[in-house]
Design a protein. Structure first.
Length: 267
């Protein structure tokens, strides 16, 4: 090494390669791009992912494929719940490495707390459908039917993304609903309808894909109320390299294909 600290020969090549790898790992990915740091053998350790309940089917598959590509990474059981619940838990210190929300509002809560590494990226979108039990015993055909006091309607709570979207959709249609219960995540709404505890509810279109215990109706105005999903690695992640690579995988071609198969739209 000379007085200026220059590195020559193979050592210089190795240093440049290492610097390039660090630079790539820090780059923000965009939908359709390939993950920057997912070569097997480079990543290891455990990874904790907190994700909106509506992402469960897609993210279970994404986690499986990510682990197959990175055999030294062990993704802990994914934590699924309403985005507002997850955001609150993360702000209060939950040990998450990655957060995927069903709306931008709850991601902003985590960003405002200074807990996002870099910036969040949008990766998917979703819209609402009316869901009824198989056979539609209540005869529901439109949003207006949800105002019928003889029907039992269940909705997401207003503070969670599916609830905020439901409120917007119903308000735009001029429909007032008195739900028999409000739930903290969309999975709970779907379960109550599927088991016949409710005549109808509002869930995401992705929630009814490949289900034979419920039927769905696309209501007027659904395309105007769109939830956009952001994802971010967290600043306090215990495994920042794996967290960044997982985000890259979701934003990359394989992650986007999985999401499309599950019914999600582009962000």
């Amino acid at each position: 090494m000379n007085a200026r600290g220059a590195v020559r020969g193979p050592a210089r090549f190795a240093a440049l390669a290492a610097a390039a790898a660090i630079t790539l790992a820090g780059c923000a990915a965009t939908p359709g791009s390939e993950p920057e740091a997912s070569d097997s053998g480079e990543l290891s350790g455990t990874l904790s992912v907190y994700a909106a309940a509506s992402l469960a089917t897609a993210f279970d598959r994404i986690a499986e494929e990510f682990e197959a590509e990175n055999p030294r990474v062990d993704i802990l059981p994914l934590v699924y719940d309403g985005s507002s619940t997850l955001a609150r838990q993360i702000v209060e210190g939950a040990p998450a490495d990655v957060f995927a929300a069903a709306d931008e509002t709850n991601m902003t809560t985590v960003e405002d707390a200074g807990l996002v590494a870099g910036s969040a990226e949008l990766f998917a979108s979703n819209t609402l459908v009316i869901v009824v039990p198989a056979g539609n015993p209540g005869g529901v055909t439109s949003l207006g039917d949800l105002a019928d006091p003889d029907l039992s309607i269940v909705l997401c709570a207003p503070e969670v993304p599916c609830g905020a979207a439901s409120t917007a959709l119903l308000a735009a249609a001029g429909v007032e609903v008195q739900p028999v219960s409000v739930e903290q995540n969309v999975t709970a709404v779907l379960t109550k309808v599927a088991t016949g505890e409710a005549d109808a509810g509002l869930v995401y279109r992705t929630d009814v894909v490949d289900r034979d215990d419920v039927e769905s109706i696309v209501p007027d105005g659904a395309a105007e109320v769109v939830n956009r999903y952001p994802i971010a690695a967290l600043a306090d992640a215990a495994n920042p390299e794996a967290a960044a690579a997982f985000v890259g995988f979701v934003l990359g071609a394989r992650g986007q294909n999985i999401l499309a198969d599950a019914g999600f739209g582009m962000p």
